[in-house]
Design a protein around this ligand. Structure first.
Ligand code: C2E
Ligand code: MG
Ligand code: MG
Ligand code: MG
Length: 279
């Protein structure tokens, strides 16, 4: 009878679990081992300064090469990694790898750029985030001015004073801090002046339909003007065409990132972009 029951239980699960739930479960299991198996890698997307049309930064974007499923999108595995806590060791690896790579490019004689690394709110709950960030720089022998961290508005809201204190330490150490996906959070614009940040990244959702969408155009222009009043730099995300670029240029946006210039690319391709620029 026990056997039958076991069988019934199994059938119950197979018929009630959706394909999505199975994929999730299987990803979660393999995610635990992915780090030790070396299945993660970083792509880099150039950030182009509009005044000089030069690459001034590269955002490190993690990729997971799953042995059976191929490249899995961070949109799928980052939330899983956050829920399971795996984002903590994964995030530490991303910091160390990005810092190592940035130093290797400088040592190879390429034009130096700032590498930007995304941090998730889960990482801000760890006591030793400060050590993880500064330790990554030290291990790589990279000067702090070549590192930027990207945080979301929600980190500032959830973590409050603790996040502010930590960011202040990063700023004092010479590390730049960008607010990612700006405009999608609970942004009260007034709070910005209290936060130790150096730039805002306008979320792709606002950039997408400019200049045609009058509301988005107004919001984008207002964000740029306000940021400059507060002495913050502005990077526009998700720039895909010349019309968007022209509009952003006219509004005085400092830098852009998006498919118009380049999608995120593997490290060797990114080095190629830097080398081409130096030539
Ligand atoms: P994000 O930090 O806002 O990164 C920008 C995302 O927009 C990237 O997606 C990039 O590929 C995509 N993108 C850039 N330009 C364009 C464009 O012109 N058009 C369109 N449609 N998309 C564009 P990706 O690489 O899939 O990453 C998604 C998100 O996953 C990131 O959003 C970030 O929140 C998270 N993520 C990626 N790597 C890490 C990481 O190392 N740590 C943490 N905590 N999060 C990460
Ligand atoms: Mg980002
Ligand atoms: Mg973003
Ligand atoms: Mg995002």
């Amino acid at each position: 009878a026990a056997k039958d029951q076991g069988k019934n239980t199994y059938q119950y699960y197979t018929t009630s679990m959706t394909a999505d739930a199975f994929r999730r479960l299987s990803l979660e299991n393999s995610l635990r081992r992915a780090l030790e198996r070396g299945e993660f890698l970083l792509y880099y997307q150039p950030q182009v300064e509009l005044e000089t049309e030069r690459i001034v930064g590269g955002e490190a974007l993690v990729r997971w090469r799953h042995p059976d499923m191929g490249l899995v999108s961070p949109a799928e595995f980052i939330p899983l990694a956050e829920e399971t806590g795996l984002i903590v060791p994964l995030g530490a690896w991303v910091l160390a790898e990005a810092a190592r790579q940035a130093k290797a490019w400088i040592d190879a004689g390429l034009p130096p750029i700032r590498v930007a690394v995304n941090l998730s709110s889960r990482q801000f709950r760890e006591r030793d985030l400060r050590k993880t960030v500064l330790g990554a720089l030290e291990a790589a022998g990279l000067e702090s001015r070549w590192l930027e961290i990207e945080i979301t508005e929600s980190i500032l809201m959830e973590r409050g004073e603790a996040a502010v204190a930590l960011l202040r330490e990063f700023r004092e150490a010479g590390i730049d801090v960008a607010i990612d996906d700006f405009g999608t959070g609970y942004s009260s614009l007034g709070y910005l002046k209290h936060f130790p940040v150096t730039s805002l990244k306008i979320d792709r959702s606002f950039v997408q339909d400019i200049p045609a969408d009058a509301d988005d155009a107004a919001i984008t222009a207002a964000i740029i003007a306000m940021a400059h009043q507060l002495h913050l730099k502005v990077v526009a995300e998700g720039v895909e065409d010349a019309a968007q670029l022209d509009f952003l240029r006219r509004q005085g946006c400092d830098a852009v990132q998006g498919y118009y210039f380049s999608p995120p690319v593997p490290a060797d391709e990114f080095a190629g972009l830097l080398a081409r620029e130096a030539a």
